[in-house]
Design a protein around this ligand. Structure first.
Ligand code: GLU
Ligand code: MG
Length: 437
């Protein structure tokens, strides 16, 4: 069949969806310069394809500008056309960053961190997903047989990620029904989130070629575990040396890491509106599913909002270089750009406020009484998206981190998404999100 190859210009939007338009390959140089036209109101397309109230209406135009170093071209070596796409910044027609460009919002957050502390973010997203419909195995959490049945998928995913310039790190059968996890090696700055957008889409594209549909929805079955997105973060100076670690601190945190962590915990109730931005995200964020319920930093604790990740002197990498914080209260309903931007701003705010290294928990906080929690400065996180949106809107500091008009547009978007779910039971809501993510 005749074919004129197309390149997809992609953005990751408020709905956490990757959308855009394709152009013929021969126009690439022109498109890298002038971009691809985009309707501003597209940012209000919710994850259920309903258009939320938009200040832009049917009017106006912005430009998706493909970013050269985000190019992905994966040849699956089957009979399907290679996947070829670029991630884009969105600018106004005169080339200024657009207020609702999620990638631009992350770049501004990273710039703030660099200006304040002279450090670059080094990190990686860890993803969990589930294969839909057909359960090939039961009772085989982390099992070799469940893994073996999906070895083809795992190996194809690893190959696709590698062709896209990501360094695959692991693939495993997770605890839940048909739940799998993959990890990639860390990158710097905005590329941390670029890699997450690319990885999610490549997993879907790979699975589809093998006749499978996958979902990254925050949770499918509230009797079981959710699909988490865990964001690993450390900080490097201009020479690529870690400034995250201090052997003198009992838990290894440098003052910088401690202030960053304290900022994230202080503003956690508000930034959840960006990192856990679906109605069912809050079904996942409950105790006893290796998820997050409180505003704590824990030592090697899988139920902490921030986990101090394990390090080992058996690794060829130094302990300082390995040392990182893992933000666990995120899921794949969030655009990686917005999730990471909110976390980086909260951390930068902690540095700006010169917050001290927070106390580290070593136990199950859900077993403590309200009094005991309050005495130790812990609070239960918001338990619904409505509540998180309200906390975010009521926090002038948090609102001040973002471009003007962004907060009101994002809030209208999310409220419209919630309206779409009215009358649905929690089970139906989970099914709605599993269809969309
Ligand atoms: N599935 C858990 C979550 O929702 C995480 C399990 C793990 O620690 O890998 O975050
Ligand atoms: Mg996992």
């Amino acid at each position: 069949m005749i074919r004129n190859p197309l390149i997809f210009a992609a953005v990751s939007d408020f709905a956490g969806k990757t959308r855009g338009k394709a152009f013929p390959e021969q126009d690439l140089n022109m498109r890298l310069r002038r971009g691809v036209g985009w309707a501003p109101t597209c940012v209000q397309i919710t994850c259920f394809d309903v258009i939320a109230p938009s200040p832009f209406g049917a009017i106006g135009e912005v430009l998706m500008i493909p970013q050269k170093d985000t190019e992905v071209r994966v040849n699956f070596q089957d009979d399907t056309p290679p996947e070829h796409f670029f991630l884009c910044d969105i600018t106004t027609l005169d080339g200024k960053p657009w207020s609702c460009c999620t990638r631009g919002i992350l770049k501004a957050a990273l710039k703030r961190l660099y200006t304040l502390a002279g450090v670059r973010l080094y990190g990686a997203f860890e993803h969990e997903f589930q294969i839909k419909d057909k359960a090939l195995t039961a009772n085989d959490a982390y099992g070799i047989n469940a893994f073996s049945l999906r070895r083809q998928l795992g190996e194809s995913i690893m190959a696709a990620l590698a062709q896209a310039g990501l360094q695959p790190d692991s693939f495993m059968k997770e605890y839940g029904t048909e739940q799998y996890e993959f990890t990639v090696k860390p990158k710097h700055g905005v590329a941390v989130a670029d890699a997450a957008v690319t990885a999610r889409e490549l997993v879907r594209m790979t699975a589809r070629r093998l006749g499978e549909e996958v979902t990254f929805a925050p949770i499918q079955d509230i009797a079981s575990v959710g699909n988490g997105v865990h964001i690993h973060m450390s900080f490097q100076d201009g020479g690529g040396n870690s400034v995250s670690y201090d052997p003198k601190d009992p838990h290894g945190m440098s003052k910088l890491t401690g202030a960053f962590a304290a900022g994230v915990l202080k503003y956690l109730d508000a930034i959840l509106a960006f990192t856990a931005p679906s109605a069912v995200s809050y079904q996942r964020l409950t105790p006893h599913r290796w998820s997050v319920a409180y505003n704590n930093i824990g030592f090697e604790d899988r139920e902490a909002a921030l986990r101090i990740s394990p390090v080992t002197d058996k690794s060829p990498e130094s302990v300082a270089q390995q040392f990182n914080l893992e933000y666990r209260a995120a899921d794949a309903a969030a655009s990686p750009y917005l999730a990471l931007a909110a976390i980086v701003h909260a951390g930068a705010q902690g540095i700006e406020e010169k917050l001290s290294i927070p106390p580290v928990s070593h136990e199950d906080l859900s077993l403590l009484s309200e009094d005991e929690l309050a005495k130790r400065g812990y609070t239960r996180n918001p338990q619904s998206l409505e509540e998180a949106l309200e906390r975010m809107n009521n926090d002038d500091t948090v609102c001040s981190w973002f471009p003007e008009e962004f907060i009101s547009i994002y809030t209208a978007h999310k409220k419209c998404e919630l309206e779409q779910l009215e009358g649905e039971s929690v089970e139906e809501q989970c099914a709605s999100y599993a269809r969309t993510y």
